[in-house]
Design a protein around this ligand. Structure first.
Ligand code: HEC
Length: 156
């Protein structure tokens, strides 16, 4: 019985480890890489990325975001993409509701089919959005293979 309980616990832990979802908005104390406002419906990324977004990198990732072509992020690197509604208010765009919280997690063994990156995303209520990392995310990020599949560069 005890062995079975141990086995089930191990199984549960291994499942939990698969999806990346921080319990808090801890990425807000990581390193800010860049921000962008996509406000024009004609922009190719308006759907689904219309709004105000910010990109953050954790300690392991930040130095590599400053490099360009040929860069390689080390295992343990995490990048976060936070998208809020852009609400027009008295001549300004301010952050509205959170629309998407997305993450790229580097583990070159586990995610070798998607360039070594695990892709995870949630809507504003925390509902998981990714069904197929390859189709939903990697297919587009593959455009920037030369930058290790990461679009954003930290401007100095
Ligand atoms: C249609 C193309 C496209 C798709 C599909 C897409 N992304 Fe992105 N993603 C981008 C672009 C472009 C950026 C850079 C935005 C910027 O320059 O501010 C980006 C940025 C990111 C970043 C910040 C690191 C970086 O590459 O700059 C993360 C994390 C991210 N996306 C995760 C995801 C996840 C998870 C999915 C799947 C649900 C996904 N993306 C699907 C185009 C895409």
């Amino acid at each position: 019985m005890r062995r079975r309980a141990l086995f089930l616990t191990a199984l549960a832990v291994s499942f939990v480890a698969v999806a990346y979802k921080p319990a808090t908005e801890e990425y807000k104390s990581w390193h800010h890489v860049k921000s962008m406002v996509i406000f024009d419906k004609a922009h190719p990324l308006y759907n689904p990325f219309g709004g105000i977004h910010h990109v953050y990198a954790n300690d392991k990732a930040v130095n590599t975001t400053k490099e360009g072509d040929g860069r390689k992020f080390q295992d343990g690197s995490v990048l976060a993409f936070l998208l809020y509604e852009a609400v027009e208010s008295e001549g300004a765009y301010v952050e509205g509701k959170k629309k998407i919280e997305a993450f790229m997690v580097k583990d070159s063994e586990r995610y070798k089919d998607t360039g070594g990156w695990g892709f995870f995303a949630y809507d504003g209520n925390g509902k998981a959005l990714v069904k197929d990392m390859k189709k939903d995310c990697f297919s587009c990020h593959a455009q920037v293979k030369g930058k290790d599949y990461v679009f954003s560069t930290y401007k100095r």
